[in-house]
Write a protein that binds this ligand. Structure first.
Ligand SMILES: CC(=O)[C@@H](O)[C@H](O)COP(=O)(O)O
Ligand SMILES: NCC(=O)COP(=O)(O)O
Length: 237
């Protein structure tokens, strides 16, 4: 079974555009869970351009499904996650000025750093996942960090599949198979959508969780958030 975790960054982007509290991020998280989402994901960035650090704290008491916080483990992020204690932390090596996440970890070069932060989170009862490109030696490197899971960075798949190239799934299927063999859990995310999720899910062995935000919110503008969540759940069965 693959869990659907709804990334609510875009709700915070909309709220921040007017400086008030509409839409309310906490209410939205309550509602997506009521509509069937099996997790809530946020990705607070150091400039707080969408999710603010205070949102991460405010969400803690109301997220009764899986709470996943993503981000680059700079000191302020580390402190926040250790305070909030979500179900899972997903480490993403994103530059501060990046518009969105645009690469996975070099798990070999950053091994010592990752081993230390992963241990710190795990010692505090937080499951860890690290964002990686579908490259076999990076999956082996991920195993050496001690992480519980990996999150496959799916932007390249989404782009190529959108152009009609079904072979784009191959490196993902191979990476997931290796991760399964190594005992790593497999999550995935970035640019997944109603158009590509079923094909992705059907070809990835033992896919535990997908986190989806940008497309899901855009699709909801036309189809409604409750309906869209139900559509994803059907495709992930
Ligand atoms: C790790 C990942 O792919 C997503 O968290 C993505 O980075 C969403 O972040 P933005 O909403 O800032 O684009
Ligand atoms: N981890 C990926 C995520 O949370 C959402 O990414 P996207 O659907 O906004 O591209």
């Amino acid at each position: 079974m693959t869990k659907l975790s709804v990334n609510i960054n875009k709700i915070a982007t909309l709220r921040n555009s007017r400086g008030g509290d509409v839409p309310n991020v906490v209410q939205f998280a309550k509602d997506v869970q009521r509509f069937g989402a099996e997790g809530v994901t946020i990705h607070p960035r150091p400039d707080e351009r969408h999710i603010r650090y205070q949102d991460a704290r405010d969400l803690k008491p109301i997220v009764y499904t899986e709470y996943n916080i993503e981000g680059n483990p700079v000191k302020s992020f580390l402190d926040l996650v250790l305070q909030v204690k979500p179900t899972q932390v997903t480490l993403v090596p994103d530059a501060e000025d990046a518009i969105t996440s645009n690469a996975g970890w070099d798990t070999i070069k950053n091994k010592d750093f990752l081993v230390d932060v992963i241990k710190e989170f795990q010692n505090n009862g937080i499951r860890t996942s690290i964002f990686v490109d579908p490259i076999l030696k990076q999956i082996e490197g991920a195993k050496a960090t001690g992480t519980d899971r990996i999150e496959l960075y799916t932007e390249a798949f989404a782009h190529q599949y959108g152009l009609g190239d079904e072979n784009a799934i191959k490196p993902y299927a191979e990476s997931a198979t290796l991760a399964n063999d190594l005992g790593l859990g497999v999550n995935a995310g970035h640019d997944l959508s109603l158009d590509n999720i079923r094909f992705f899910k059907e070809n990835i062995p033992n896919l535990l969780e997908v986190s989806i935000g940008h497309a899901l919110i855009a699709e909801s503008l036309y189809l409604g958030i409750e309906n869209v969540i139900q559509m994803y759940l059907r495709k992930l069965k």
